[in-house]
Write a protein that binds this ligand. Structure first.
Ligand SMILES: C[S@@+](CC[C@H](N)C(=O)[O-])C[C@H]1O[C@@H](n2cnc3c(N)ncnc32)[C@H](O)[C@@H]1O
Length: 429
């Protein structure tokens, strides 16, 4: 093979790598602000920027499932107006803090120093950390938990402006994974058993604050903040103006049983937001799209009635037999998961989102949605097609799905063999 061919091949390989990572957050960890924390459910900022590059600057961009704010940070960089919504109590707090990248860097740094000094002194007194729930005690050494606790007291005690407080809180929240000595993974809850390296909480706090300051300076020099974030529900985001969005770039939860509430249990337990399993239900899940069986446990008996909701009429004839199939499968599996209940509620919620999108999106607007299909108990759910049909029934005029990658084809521990895909659902109208 000639030198030239090698170059072409390596270029092709690089493009492939880049392409295959469009639907993942991985590359964002190299980008200012996006890199402040890894949101495993997030997508690629470069992919969002590539879309925005093709559009006239100044258009209105909406993300109804804003997550860590990838779309809004990209929109700020590219000169677009944007609104994002996400009602998850913890994720939304993180994202609104992150979008405070335009506050005074001096004030942020001075406050961080004060909190750190307070914590260093408090840590010498050796305050008891016995009041934390068992999950937190298992996730940290006594020494590092005492440091984190001292930082938390610093955050509560040091006088600071309302403007700077969210970002200082955010700084502490982002180090809770790296300061843990067990396998907590990135933004997914894993039983705290696997030992990993534990970063000294004071060093991690200082390093994170340095990174945040550096990125704030970069963004403040070059860009103007035009984004707005609302901790509200995409099923009825009435604060987002009617007929406002030229384009929607988004990725909803998938119908794959990923539990966004449980994913942030470590952080919410540390800050005392949730104390128990019941709290996760009451304080988090009830606000979210029902994409996990945990959120629908009480609705099992209503499954087939819910399927008759008018909003689901465009897919009812296909949905109903699939629900029957899922119920039958349930009987043959030990876990007895209520996937039938999850699926019906997922599509009902997404139909409500399509209804609200029709209100927000301009008549000639466009929606680009990263979405994956699913196969609970091996029963294939044509997520992209059903979402497309639900969109048409709300008044959009056309939909199209383009596959980006295959899923569930290489993992040895997969629970079924149904090939799955992930890609872009484009909706117009
Ligand atoms: C796939 S993630 C989106 C990640 C985002 N694209 C990013 O890069 O960070 C889906 C998000 O939808 C949010 N979500 C769940 N229910 C919602 C609802 N009813 N309204 C708006 N957002 C919701 C979840 O909290 C989660 O952050």
């Amino acid at each position: 093979m000639t030198e030239e061919n090698y170059d072409l091949l390596s270029e092709k390989f690089e493009n492939e790598v880049k392409k295959s990572q469009k639907t993942t957050f991985t590359n964002n960890m190299k980008l200012p602000i996006h890199r402040w924390y890894r949101y495993s459910a997030g997508f690629s900022a470069e992919w969002v920027e590539d879309i925005l590059k093709t559009l006239p600057i100044g258009l209105n961009v909406y993300d109804p499932f804003a997550g860590s704010g990838t779309v809004m940070i990209a929109a700020d960089k590219m000169g677009f107006n944007s609104i994002g919504v996400d009602p998850h109590p913890f994720v939304s707090k993180m994202t609104s803090a992150k979008l405070g990248w335009n506050i005074s860097v001096d004030e942020y740094q001075t406050t961080i120093k004060k909190v750190l000094n307070f914590a260093l002194k408090a840590n010498e007194i050796n305050i008891s950390t016995d009041d934390y729930p068992p999950l937190i005690e298992k996730s940290y050494s006594k020494d590092n938990l005492a440091k984190l606790d001292a930082l938390k007291h610093g955050l509560e005690t040091v006088e600071m402006s309302e403007q700077v407080k969210p970002l200082v809180w955010f700084t502490l929240a982002t180090i809770l994974r790296s300061a843990s000595g067990v396998g907590t993974a990135q933004w997914q809850y894993i039983l705290p058993t696997r030992k990993t390296h534990e970063f000294n909480a004071f060093d991690a706090f200082k390093a994170k604050a340095d990174q945040i300051s550096e990125d704030m300076i970069i963004y403040q020099k070059k860009y103007q903040k035009k984004s707005k974030f609302l901790a509200t529900d995409a099923r009825n985001a009435f604060e987002v103006p009617e007929n406002w969005a030229d384009i929607v770039i988004t990725s909803p939860p998938y119908a794959n049983n990923y539990d966004y509430a449980d994913a942030t249990r470590l952080e919410m337990s540390f800050f005392g937001t949730v104390q128990s399993w019941g709290d996760l239900q009451e304080k988090v899940r009830k606000y979210l799209i029902r994409s996990s069986t945990q959120s629908v446990s009480k609705l099992k008996d209503a499954t087939f009635d819910i399927a008759k909701d008018d909003l689901l009429s465009p897919i009812y004839s296909e949905l109903q037999p699939i629900l029957e199939q899922l119920l039958a499968e349930r009987e043959t599996h030990g876990g007895k998961k209520n996937y039938h209940t999850m699926i019906v509620n997922y599509f009902l919620d997404m139909a409500k989102v399509m209804h609200d999108l029709r209100r927000v999106v301009k008549q000639n607007g466009e929606i680009i949605m990263v979405i994956g299909d699913s196969a609970p108990y091996g029963v294939y759910i044509p997520v992209d097609r059903w979402l497309g049909e639900l969109a048409l029934s709300q008044g959009f005029t056309e939909w199209h799905f383009a596959k980006e990658r295959d899923r569930n084809i290489k993992w040895k521990n997969r629970t079924h063999t149904v090939p799955l895909k992930e890609g872009y659902l484009t909706i117009k109208g």
